[in-house]
Structure formats: structure tokens, C-alpha cells
Write a protein that binds this ligand. Structure first.
Ligand code: UDP
Ligand code: MG
Length: 316
């Protein structure tokens, strides 16, 4: 029996991209329905993440054009991860399986066939994994690669080269809902849900229209979020660093006492100044990292809503 599939797409200022994406997806959905792979009630759900351009108008037009398209409008811009979560949590009320992807068609929509194959084999989560990153800039490719390695070292279980292109069953999304954290890094959280899962590889394309909504500043913020919301190892590292620095300072003290005994007292100036700077810097770094976690605790204790839905076209 074919399942109802919802494709959830967070959109922020995607007016240029939406018509192209909708057209491609319409074709794909029609094919999948004709082949009996998905239920005819399957839909594409766009989440307007507080866009400033005509994104929401276009979503509405698409919705009027075909019942295949539906949408959710957030009350304001909440960022990719929160928009995605809003979409997943809304879609799970109507769907059996939910596929999440970006609006820019960088993720090959034909990988959905592979997702459905794995689903038929009993998987609850299927991760889309990029086989190559040729279309990304060398800078983005290298930094991303390094980042995945760092995450792995910090004990964060994450699928290499997997962004947020994946299929989840209704029960997997329901399980994800029980994760109450406010600091969201979905690709690190989803593996914690468990269930049978697998990967499907695909080639990542270039963004067809519009520009990346992830400038370097946002990318860095996202990267730090990923580490500090999933791992406490940086705090432990700082502790060890502190221990080592303390040992080094004891050795230095002994060394200075010996030279002092020899009568050369003025010559310590350089080493004193150096250590003042070194220790000052380390302390600032340590406080910064700890502050990062305290900031997280602050936000978690507030337990603010991660998103607020203004309009849900499924309910009209
Ligand atoms: N996006 C969003 N809210 C934001 C920023 C981005 O919903 O505040 C969406 C965007 O419309 C796109 C997806 O998140 O569908 C990924 O963004 P983008 O393609 O710009 O990121 P990149 O592929 O360059 O990392
Ligand atoms: Mg993109």
C-alpha cells in the first residue's frame, strides 16, 4: 500500500527559485503517484520562514493551482532549522512519510526513489548523502570536510556529507518531537532518534537561481551551534588545558627560582610578559567557551517556542 508522502521545504526569500522548484517537484510527484509509489494525497509543503519577498504569495498561487501544493507561514524569520522543524511537525499530522529538502534544488530530487526503496525495506529514516561536492566552492567544501571531522572527534554522531535532505517516517518525526531542546541542530539530533536507517547517495547540483542564504557569518554560527548543542567535550578540553598550563607554570617557577638563586633577576622580563599574555588569552578562551554553554542553558531554561505558525494552508 502506497503511503502519503509530504515533502517539506523551508523557504526564505526564494521567489526566484520557487516556480522552478515547484515545476520540477510536480513532475516528480506525478511520476511517483502514477507508478503507485506514493498515495495520490501526497503533497509538497513549503514553509515560508518570514520571507520579505513574494515567497508567500507564490506559495498561495501554487496552492490555488494544485492541491498538491500546500504551505505554512511562520510569524517571522526563525532560521532554516526552526523552519524545517515547523514543517516536519505540521506535515506529520497529515503524512505517513516526510521528506525534507531545500528550496534550491541542490539536492537531486530523483534520490527520492532511492528513499522510497529503503522505506519499502523497512527504514524509518533515510539520509541523503552527497557523493561529491564539486559544485560547492573549494572553500565551502574544505571547511565542511574539516568540520565533519571535528564533530566526529568530539563524539557527535553525524552522517558524513549529509545535510537536511532525508526521509523520515511519521513515528520518527513523532520521536523527534520529544526532543525538547531549543538549540537546534537537526542533523545531529535525528540519529539520536534511532530506528532502522540507511543512506542514499546522490550528486549535489548547483543552486539554480537566487543566492545562498548561508553567508560565512551564518555558516560559522551554525557550525558553533552544532558543536555546543551536541557535545560537552570542549569544556573538558579546556579543563585539561588548564591542568597542563598549571603544570607548566610550576616547572617555570622552579626554573625562575634557580636563575634567581644565580643572581640574574632582571632577565625574567620577557618570559613574564609572555606568560601574562598566554595565560590571559587562555583564560579568555576558556571563559568564552563556558559562556557559550551557559548561554545555551539560559535559552533552554526559557523554553521559548521554536517557531510560531501564522497560517497553515492545510487547515483552510
Ligand atoms: N532558509 C530558511 N531560513 C533562513 C535561511 C535559509 O528557511 O533563515 C532556507 C532556504 O530558503 C533554503 C534552505 O534553507 O531552502 C537552505 O538555504 P541555502 O540553500 O541558502 O543554504 P546553502 O545550500 O547555501 O547552505
Ligand atoms: Mg542551498
Amino acid at each position: 500500500m502506497a503511503e502519503i508522502m509530504y515533502i517539506v521545504i523551508p523557504c526564505y526569500n526564494e521567489e526566484e527559485m520557487l516556480p522552478i522548484t515547484a515545476k520540477a517537484l510536480m513532475k516528480k510527484m506525478d511520476e511517483l503517484t502514477a507508478d503507485g509509489r506514493i498515495d495520490p494525497q501526497s503533497k509538497v509543503m513549503f514553509v515560508d520562514d518570514g520571507s520579505k519577498d513574494k515567497t508567500w504569495q507564490i506559495i498561495n498561487q501554487l496552492h490555488t493551482l494544485s492541491s498538491m501544493f500546500t504551505g505554512v507561514k511562520l510569524s517571522r524569520n526563525k532560521g532554516h532549522q526552526n523552519a524545517l522543524l515547523a514543517g516536519l511537525m505540521t506535515a506529520k499530522n497529515y503524512a505517513d512519510i516526510i521528506v525534507s529538502m531545500d528550496a534550491d534544488l541542490q539536492d537531486d530530487i530523483n534520490a527520492i526513489d532511492g528513499f522510497l526503496d529503503k522505506r519499502a525495506e523497512g527504514c524509518d529514516i533515510v539520509y541523503g548523502v552527497r557523493s561529491s561536492r564539486e559544485t560547492d566552492t573549494a572553500f565551502k567544501r574544505n571547511t565542511a570536510q574539516m568540520y565533519y571531522k571535528i564533530l566526529a572527534k568530539l563524539g557527535v554522531e553525524i552522517t558524513y556529507n549529509h545535510a537536511d535532505y532525508r526521509l523520515m517516517s511519521k513515528r520518527a518525526v513523532e520521536a523527534l518531537e520529544t526532543f525538547k531542546e531549543v538549540n537546534l541542530f537537526l542533523r545531529g539530533l535525528v540519529p539520536m532518534v534511532g530506528f532502522k536507517s540507511d543512506i542514499v547517495t546522490y550528486k549535489r547540483n548547483e543552486r539554480v537561481a537566487g543566492e545562498s542564504k548561508y553567508p560565512l557569518k551564518k555558516m560559522l554560527a551554525f557550525a558553533i551551534e552544532g558543536i555546543t548543542s551536541l557535545s560537552v567535550k570542549p569544556i573538558r578540553l579546556i579543563t585539561w588545558l588548564g591542568v597542563i598550563m598549571f603544570l607548566v607554570s610550576i616547572i617555570m617557577l622552579i626554573y625562575f627560582l634557580i636563575t634567581w638563586g644565580g643572581g640574574d633577576t632582571v632577565r625574567g622580563w620577557a618570559s613574564t610578559i609572555t606568560s601574562v599574555w598566554a595565560i590571559g588569552g587562555l583564560q579568555l578562551l576558556a571563559i568564552g567557551i563556558i559562556g557559550e554553554y551557559i548561554g545555551k542553558i539560559y535559552l533552554e531554561t526559557k523554553a521559548r517556542p521554536k517557531y510560531i505558525i501564522e497560517i497553515n494552508l492545510e487547515e483552510n
